[in-house]
Design a protein around this ligand. Structure first.
Ligand SMILES: Cc1cc2nc3c(=O)[nH]c(=O)nc-3n(C[C@H](O)[C@H](O)[C@H](O)COP(=O)(O)O)c2cc1C
Length: 458
């Protein structure tokens, strides 16, 4: 019998109190208000490494959820992904106390500059010894745009145009500016690095002009592992072209199955191996020692959700001002420049029409993603089913109360996955890419577009 399909796990965090379960900072088991201390992050990384997770995935936004009532008040009052501390600055501390787990921070191509970001991420790939990923996003909040020098949020197609060129620039810097062996440390020859092996990228495009060389010598993975979560047709094509791991959110196995098939088809259309992309649905686990206990826990968690805070979160996610809505009103089906997938969850559900109240109650835990509720065995059953039938390669584990959700999952569900032979009992590789794709794969494969633009750089 062949080896069973192995699953991968990421821990989904953000540098805010209870970022993905609005209001849960009030729960007695929640420690998210300590997110402004290094000890909170070093412990997060250690708990997840004990559970042999692939990566700590750090979401981020650069603005407030102020679509709701055209004001930041609800977001401030209910800590709606606010305070929003920086995702990159916590990584070195986590790397220092761990050996294997990777770190995938979110940085937006709409507001960063590729030349500067390439340097920051290379620095972190060096410092983590090859354990860095990057969640590439194009951002969806109006409040990000207006505070970062734009008059308003760019239309989605323009955001992805810019993201495409952004990646072209960083690929040139990471993969083609410094040749292997450029750094020689030759004391006698008075040469640190050989200039004939370090190339200016001479990039001149629609959004960026970067004529020079990369400021950093090649890091262990060169390009950090590329994560993405595009959901619109354009977003999926972007992911299919560039991403090595994708995140998706949804209620059902059927939705996951459709998404996986579509994404693998699109990946092949870009000349890539469809298995070179790892699919991670987001899941909120609610574990109990009995099924009944797990469902009781779910009720208790729901009682801690902030209604107004979640309505503000949902307004930011969907681009609709729900302060104008009656709670029993059905959510309207529109085209949005915010996160279409988040709106579609409540407008294109084949099983029911969602009122605002129902959507808020669902969205308040794990940002509305699928919840796996039950005993460790029952949760492991669903994980197996979603991996085999839904074609997931792994799961992005969200939290209700912060840190304790991870501890419960690591202590109770991980051993059950291991017992079934579908989860590692030790890390395979040294770098994040090796842990995701197997030893000997620290660099991007040659079929990836980053590897195929070398002729442009000389
Ligand atoms: C699990 C998950 C995590 C995400 N994290 C972020 C994030 O941290 N910051 C962000 O701006 N967008 C984030 N997004 C939004 C996506 O980047 C993307 O914009 C969204 O899925 C909609 O896709 P589209 O842009 O193709 O419409 C996330 C999406 C998912 C499913």
């Amino acid at each position: 019998m062949g080896k069973k399909k192995q699953i991968h796990l990421n821990g989904f965090v953000q540098n805010s109190p209870s970022p993905h379960s609005t209001g849960l900072w009030k729960h007695e088991k929640d420690e998210g208000t300590k997110h402004n201390r290094l000890s909170y992050w070093t412990e997060t990384a250690q708990v997840l490494e004990r559970g042999l997770f692939d990566a700590v995935f750090i979401a981020d936004v650069l603005g407030t959820y102020s679509k709701y009532g055209n004001s930041h008040e609800a977001a401030v009052r209910h800590a709606v992904q606010l305070p929003a501390h920086d995702p990159l600055l916590i990584i070195s501390a986590m790397a220092q106390v761990t050996e294997h787990i990777g770190f995938a921070p979110t940085v937006s191509t709409t507001y960063a500059q590729p030349y500067a970001l390439a340097r920051q991420l290379s620095t972190l790939d060096h410092l983590t010894e090859g354990r860095l990923g990057w969640n590439v996003v194009t951002s969806y909040l109006e409040s990000e745009a207006v505070n970062l020098g734009l008059s308003g949020r760019l239309p989605k197609s323009q955001r992805y145009d810019r993201a495409d060129e952004f990646l072209e620039v960083v690929y040139k810097l990471w993969e083609h500016s410094w040749e292997d062996g450029a750094v020689v440390y030759d004391r006698e020859g008075d040469t640190f690095a050989d200039p004939s092996k370090v190339h200016a990228i001479r990039h001149h495009g629609e959004f960026f002009d970067v004529p020079g060389i990369h400021l950093t010598e090649p890091s262990p993975q060169r390009t950090p592992v590329l994560f993405q979560a595009g959901a619109s047709p354009r977003g999926r094509d972007f992911a299919a072209k560039h991403a090595e791991a994708v995140f998706t959110k949804g209620h059902s196995l059927q939705a996951l199955k459709d998404y996986s098939a579509d994404l693998r088809r699109r990946t092949a259309a870009f000349g890539r191996n469809p298995d070179d992309i790892r699919i991670f649905p987001m899941v909120l686990p609610i574990v109990g020692s009995t099924e009944e206990e797990a469902y009781q826990k779910h009720e208790d968690l729901k009682n801690h959700v902030s209604y107004e805070g979640t309505a503000a979160l949902l307004s930011g996610h969907t681009g609709i001002d729900f302060s104008q809505y009656d709670p029993d009103q059905y959510i309207e089906d529109i085209e949005t420049d915010a996160v279409q997938g988040n709106l579609d969850m409540y407008t294109k559900d084949p099983n029911k029409k969602w009122t605002l109240r129902e959507a808020v109650l669902n969205h308040g835990l794990g940002n509305g993603t699928a919840k796996f509720i039950g005993t460790p065995e029952q949760i492991a059953d669903r994980i197996e089913e979603w991996a085999t039938v839904g074609d997931a390669d792994g799961f992005n584990i969200a939290q209700s109360y912060s840190l304790e959700t991870f501890r419960e999952f690591v202590d109770h569900v991980v051993p059950e996955l291991q017992k079934r032979g579908i989860y590692r009992t030790e890390y395979e590789g040294k770098t994040l890419r090796e842990n995701l794709f197997g030893t000997g794969s620290s660099y991007l494969p040659d079929s990836h577009p980053a590897r195929q633009i070398s002729t442009l750089v000389k």
